[in-house]
Ligand binder design. Structure first.
Ligand code: 3H9
Length: 698
């Protein structure tokens, strides 16, 4: 094996290079290498520079090593060694300098950053706290403790300029390596004792106490149930209340506790799941087609949001609508949406103007002839979609990728309207499309490999998180929503209030409860779609309340009332007494004896319904992996990230228990609403979980 840490002498300065692609993670051999090379440098050099190959310093500890037996030396010990070095060490902070990478830089005596460096302590995103001195050294270096708290508790990286501003680095230089070597030459042989951060002593003052108190409230609120951010904050507090060594021991103990926690396991799962879902399936080869110009059909909420996504990523976009009035309205909404960011400083007026200038408007299909990717977001009926694809087939240039944003419809049927079904696929965005990160890419039967690769490439270029699905009613996400909402509505009939259902699920961690979501989407949407479908009587019963609400004019947020009433000005929600009355009437009509329902039952019924349907989706091949389903729910539906996703959560509970409950419900009085998944049952029988399924099947 080639060495991952090597030394190159530049005069009297030892440049110690870390070379562990792709991100220079601190794998055990890197840790060993740093100790060995630095030990050697003590006798051969007057100063050392620590730098990373490939334009990045170090992106952190090697996450793949977590949960495995530790191999010495552990990172905190390595960094003690670096700090205690007899010669000064200068870090070249380049590219991603994250987590253990930033902690390494903090253990060095000086830090020189490249202008494009990204510095951060993102451990909380993995359910951890910085575990190699980050919470003890950062507050000792930064003059303002609030900056250390923000770094460790938010997990957000900062720029080199910001790092300079808050005192995290000593210099920013275009040629950071050169500047670091120069600095090393300058400080060689001089006293640098005051640069050893472990020697700095801190004391709590009333002002600092006040910062901690205010931060605790804010961090707890933003964490939304995640534990790590508060633990990171508490650990920083230790730096003011105990000596360095004791603070380090506490930090280590908390790290060891968190690394085996369900939350950290879940967050690490989703970290790798996101990267996996962005990779092409193993049977796909080739290269993406080139996309220089994008066409969008429809300037409504979806089309507008999709167009914003592409314009923000720098693509020229041609927008097609049926009328000039529709274009006027759509473009005005887009401009207003972007302009809202001017006040908060997210964008400048010029920025808005540049994005608007990327948009071309038309009512003529012929103007789409020079587009390389055309996405339709028109009315959701098969008839309309068929018509649109027939027209696109006539005008689109050869090789153009033709995508539909349908949420439910059969894309094979849509593709069959064209003479080029190989160029057709689904690109399903979630509203508001410029904000929601998920892109469900639907691979139809005849979709060509390079068309699928183009969609994945576009996801990357527009900063979306993709997950690939196969054709099937509702694909992955919306298909699973049906049994989830079914249980939520049934629970109300059986005795729970809408508030209780929503609260049990927001307490579980969801961004919004299912009943609030239905009100937000508009109860009339489900109503219309039920009228179009031939629903069985028992299925229809579940939605009697929702249907009555619509018929009484309670359409949800848009009409000011649905399951809840909404304040016109603030949109604050309150009980809708008419809804309560309708619920009671329907329960009586259906002869339901209501009972007290526990929050636990609400969580189990809805979450296991998701996992059971997810298992059907997997078995049918609509999703490739259980982890893709988790990505879909995290990025498109507001599922709590720290629970990993519906499939991971079911695995955490234990598939044996989940399967037993699903079986029990399927045999009970509401059994007609459950179709136990064979895959779920067999995995449970074999003592396996969805992670095992993914390993064996992909
Ligand atoms: C930590 O440091 C704990 C310490 O405080 C205490 C320890 C005692 N390890 O994302 P990409 C892989 S916790 C292992 O596609 P990008 C990744 O899986 C850590 N592997 O690239 C992928 O592999 P593959 C704190 C890692 O350019 C490949 O690298 N640090 C790690 O879009 C490329 O990744 C973090 O949380 C890792 N640390 O983004 C940073 N990082 O090709 C986590 C990446 O097989 N990393 N890989 O799928 C990131 O945020 C992004 O990867 C980064 C690059 C921004 C660095």
């Amino acid at each position: 094996m080639t060495k991952s840490v090597t030394t190159e002498m530049r005069g009297d300065v030892a440049v110690i290079w870390i070379d562990n692609p792709p991100v220079n993670a601190l794998s055990y051999h890197v840790r060993q290498g740093i100790v060995a090379e630095l030990a050697a440098a003590q006798s051969t050099a007057k100063a050392a520079v620590l730098a990373g190959r490939g334009g990045t310093f170090i992106a952190g500890a090697d996450i793949r090593e977590f949960g495995k037996p530790l191999i010495d030396p552990i990172l905190p010990d390595v960094l003690d060694h670096v700090e205690a070095s007899g010669i000064p060490v200068v870090a070249v902070v380049e590219g991603n300098t994250l987590g253990g990478g930033l902690e390494t830089a903090l253990a060095c005596h000086y830090r020189v950053a490249a202008p494009k460096a990204k510095l951060g302590l993102p451990e909380v995103n993995l359910g951890l706290l910085p575990g190699a001195g980050g919470t003890q050294r950062a507050p000792r270096l930064l003059p303002n403790v609030a900056d250390a708290i923000t770094l460790a508790a938010s997990g957000r990286p900062i720029s080199a300029a910001k790092a300079m501003d808050i005192g995290l680095v000593d210099q920013v230089a275009d040629d950071a390596l050169d500047a670091a070597v120069k600095l090393a030459e300058e400080v060689a042989g001089k006293n640098f004792e005051d640069r050893r951060l472990s020697k700095v002593s801190l004391a709590m003052t009333p002002d600092i106490e006040a910062v901690f108190e205010a931060s605790l409230t804010e961090v707890t609120k933003k964490a939304k149930g995640a534990h790590a951010p508060v633990r990171a904050l508490q650990s920083i507090r230790n730096a003011f209340e105990m000596p360095f060594r004791e603070g380090m021991d506490q930090e280590r103990a908390t790290f060891k506790e968190l690394v085996v926690s369900d939350q950290s396991n879940a967050l690490r799962h989703i970290f790798f799941a996101e990267r996996q879902s962005a990779k092409p399936p193993s049977d796909v080869s080739g290269t993406p087609r080139k996309v220089a110009k994008v066409g969008i059909l429809g300037a409504g909420t979806m089309g507008g949001g999709i167009a914003m996504t592409y314009a923000e990523a720098g693509f020229p976009v041609t927008m097609l609508e049926m009328s000039d009035a529709a274009l006027d309205k759509g473009l005005a909404t887009m401009e207003a949406n972007w302009s809202r960011g001017i006040k908060s400083g997210r964008i400048t007026e010029q920025g808005v103007a540049e994005r608007m200038a990327r948009l071309t408007r038309t009512t003529d299909y012929a103007d789409l002839a020079d587009c390389d990717l055309i996405i339709e977001a028109v009315f959701e009926t098969m008839e309309v979609k068929r018509e649109v694809f027939k027209k696109l087939d006539q005008v689109a240039k050869p090789g153009a990728v033709l995508a539909t944003n349908t949420s439910y419809l059969d894309i094979n049927e849509i593709a069959a309207e064209t003479s080029r079904p190989q160029d057709v696929l689904g690109m399903h965005y979630f509203s508001p499309a410029n904000i929601m990160p998920l892109l469900e890419i639907v691979r139809a039967d005849k979709t060509a490999d390079d068309v699928l690769l183009t969609a994945l490439d576009m996801a990357k270029k527009t900063r979306k998180t993709p997950a690939i699905a196969r054709v099937g009613h509702g694909f992955i996400g919306n298909r699973m929503l049906t049994p989830y909402l079914r249980q939520a509505n049934l629970l109300i009939l059986e005795g729970a209030s809408p508030e209780q259902v929503d609260k049990a699920l927001t307490d579980f961690g969801w961004a919004m409860g299912p009943i609030s979501v239905s009100d937000l989407a508009g109860l009339d949407i489900g109503y219309k779609s039920r009228k179009d479908q031939d629903l069985s009587e028992h299925e229809q019963r579940i939605y009697t309340v929702a249907d009555r609400l619509v018929e009484a004019g309670h359409l949800g947020q848009k009409s000011g009332s649905g399951f809840y009433n909404y304040d016109k000005a603030t949109r604050a929600r309150s009980e809708n007494p008419e809804a309560t009355k309708i619920i009671e009437e329907v329960r009586a009509e259906l002869g339901i004896n209501t009972r007290a329902i526990s929050d636990e039952e609400i969580v189990e019924r809805t979450m296991f319904a998701l996992a059971n349907e997810g298992a059907h989706v997997l078995a049918e091949g609509v999703a490739q992996r259980a982890s893709d389903i988790d990505v879909v729910y995290n990025h498109g539906y507001g599922y709590p990230r720290w629970r990993g996703g519906p499939m991971f959560y079911a695995s955490t509970v234990g598939l044996k228990d989940v399967a037993a409950r699903v079986m029990e419900w399927s045999e009970g009085s509401s059994g007609v609403h459950w179709t136990p998944s064979d895959l779920l049952m067999s995995l449970a029988d074999e003592g396996k979980d969805f992670g095992d399924y993914d390993k064996e099947n992909t």
